[in-house]
Design a protein around this ligand. Sequence first.
Ligand SMILES: [Zn+2]
Length: 191
Amino acid sequence: MGGYPHKTLSIVMGDFNDGMEYSAFFFLPRDFYNLYDGTPANYLTFVAVHETSHQWWFEQVASDQALQPWVDEALATYSERIYYESTYPDLVGWWWTYRIDFYKPQGFVDIPIYEGQGFRPYTNAAYFQGAHFLEDLRTRIGDEVFFAFLQDYLTQSRGKIVTTADFFHLLREHTSTDISDIILQYFQNVY
Ligand SMILES: [Zn+2]
C-alpha cells in the first residue's frame, strides 16, 4: 500500500497492560511476552501487528485521537485481520472469535473516548465494532473496491488529519453502492 516512513521501528516491553503507539516506536506489555507460546495465534502477535499498522493509521494518516478514535483504531484492528488472511489464513476465524467476538462487542463505532465508560466498552465499540463495520463494508462493496479505496485513502490522506466525514466522502468516490443501513447499524451520527 505504501512504504514504512522511518529508518527504524523500536518495540519496547512495557509494564502496563496494553500496547501503545508512537512515531517509529511502540510499547508491548510484559504479560503478552510471558503468554507468548511461539505460535502466531496469540496477543503478542496480533497486538504487534496492530501497533505496527499505526505507523500508517495515525502516523501517516492522522485523525482526532480523542473525538474520533475509531478512524485509526478500527483500521489498526482490521489490519490484524488482513495480516492473518495474508500470512496465516487458517487463523482468521480464530482471530474473530478470540480477539473480537469473545467480548461480545457492542456500541457505536464513532464514540469519542469520553463516552467509552472505560477501556472495555470503548474498545468494544471503536475497535471491535469498528472491525465488524469494515468487514461488513468490505463484504458489501467487494474486495476490489474496498482495497482500491484503502489505497486511495492512504495516498490522499497522507500527512493530513482526516475526519469521519472525510472517510465517507472518499469512500463514496469509489462506490455508489448503498451502505446507509451499515452506517445506521454502526454509527450514531449520519454520514
Ligand atoms: Zn490502536
